[in-house]
Design a protein around this ligand. Structure first.
Ligand code: HEM
Length: 125
């Protein structure tokens, strides 16, 4: 049996693009996140678009450009506290709503991102 990926089910590359735009719009305004992100989020958003594409079962675009994801290692230069994890997830929760990603996919996506966000924490408060 060939199962459809989450990526396909929600509408593919364009839907992930809408989600990423809605997400970084919030990141750029969030007082807990502003200090560790660059002012211009264009490149960050572009890389996240590639990453989330492959993370949810689409083409492996991130790896093609950046190599092995090693997400925890790539985040070590940034102090990611529990507060910042919560802020990241709250921006993502709102972005999933704005992008009108439907259940059950919305919840499945949020659960998977929550596990990954927990794994990214590297600094106590
Ligand atoms: C890059 C913060 C969680 C995926 C970054 C950057 C920061 C950051 C500061 C660097 C931005 C730049 O210089 O362009 C955080 C915080 C998180 C978090 C505070 C809270 C837990 C996640 C999660 C994922 C993720 C859960 C994936 C599901 C990425 C990707 C990049 C990135 C793909 C770009 C890496 C690259 O340069 O190739 N993040 N992040 N992050 N983050 Fe996160």
């Amino acid at each position: 049996i060939k199962h459809r990926s989450i990526y396909e089910a929600i509408g593919g590359f364009d839907t992930i693009g809408t989600l990423v735009q809605a997400f970084y719009k919030r990141v750029g305004k969030h007082p807990d996140l502003i200090p560790i992100f660059p002012d211009d989020l264009t490149e960050t958003a572009r890389k996240q678009h590639l990453f989330l594409t492959q993370f949810f079962g689409g083409p492996r675009l991130y790896e093609e450009e950046r190599g092995h994801p090693m997400m925890r290692r790539r985040h070590l230069p940034f102090p990611i506290t529990p507060t910042r994890r919560d802020a990241w997830l709250s921006c993502m929760k709102e972005a999933l709503e704005e992008a009108e990603i439907k259940e059950p996919y919305r919840e499945v996506i949020f659960e998977k991102l929550t596990l990954t966000a927990n794994h990214m924490m590297n600094t106590p408060e």
